[in-house]
Design a protein around this ligand. Structure first.
Ligand code: DGL
Length: 267
């Protein structure tokens, strides 16, 4: 039994889709969330910059005595996971491996689409792991950078969102993929719009559930679970004050949380 919180971070609100699954799968766990609202998007930045930001965030989370860190951001997972693991002596989880496992589980015709930020797609993290797991899978990857801005703006179901989705996704549909990995934690907040665009024959793969399962198994195996009847505490931190964060928090988690603004550059 370990009461220390789990640290979870993203560039903004996207990681809340992972928080939601952690809250479902591990309801007793205390959570410290950090959203880097001052410095997003990460998806257009270099590996060096994303890794520098990620290290600062892990240092901040360590001041909150976290027992494990979840990188609830595909961009940081694909660019910085290895370096973070080498730098910090704490269990650190990314979202790519669980996403790959889920995609392999979902695809029947072995044609998988991956959408993510420019940086995630450029890293080829999904393609590499999918090819290692099953070389017969055909992978079609496409960066969809505008989706992040739409989510941060709260434009998840309007005409602009629908037209953007159609524009980005039409050629993936034409490849006859049967599974589409939402390789950016912001994208599940556009699930309805993306789902309507690709239709019922294409299954949307959200790595968040598989990530939560993986973290639970690890904590159980290492006797790090928080057990008992105590009500879990969840604290939210951001690097710049935005209305969007509170609004999306309410939408994603069905509860109002007031985030605290911190100076992440100080870490
Ligand atoms: N939500 C993040 C991801 O999963 C990054 C979005 C961004 O800041 O560009 O990649």
């Amino acid at each position: 039994m370990d009461k220390r919180p789990i640290g979870i971070f993203d560039s903004g609100v996207g990681g809340l889709t992972v928080v939601k699954q952690i809250m479902k799968t591990l309801p007793n766990e205390n959570i410290i969330y950090f959203g880097d609202t001052a410095r997003l998007p990460y998806g257009t930045k270099s590996k060096k910059t994303v890794t520098k930001f990620s290290k600062q965030i892990v240092r901040f989370l360590l001041t909150k005595n976290v027992k494990a860190v979840i990188i609830a951001c595909n961009t940081a997972s694909s660019n910085s996971l290895e370096e973070l693991r080498q730098t910090f002596d704490i269990p650190i989880f990314g979202v790519i491996v669980p996403g790959v496992e889920e995609a392999i589980h979902c695809t029947k015709n072995k044609k998988v689409g991956i959408i993510g930020t420019t940086s995630t797609i450029r890293s080829k993290a999904y393609e590499t792991l999918l090819a290692q797991a099953d070389s017969s899978i055909e992978v079609y990857a496409k960066p969809c950078p505008l989706f992040v801005s739409l989510v941060e703006e709260g434009w998840t179901e309007n005409m602009v969102a629908k037209l953007t989705a159609k524009n980005y996704l039409t050629d993936l549909i034409e490849k006859e993929i049967d599974s589409l990995v939402l390789g950016c934690t912001h994208y599940p907040l556009l699930k309805r719009c993306i789902g309507e665009t690709v239709g019922n024959n294409i299954k949307l793969v959200d790595p968040a559930k598989a990530t939560a399962r993986m973290v639970k198994e690890f904590l159980a195996k290492h006797k790090l679970l928080q057990q008992g009847e105590t009500v879990a505490e969840r604290y939210f931190y951001i690097s710049d004050d935005t209305d969007t964060f509170s609004n999306m928090c309410k939408k994603a988690l069905k509860k109002e949380y007031i985030p605290e603004v911190i100076d992440i550059e100080a870490y």
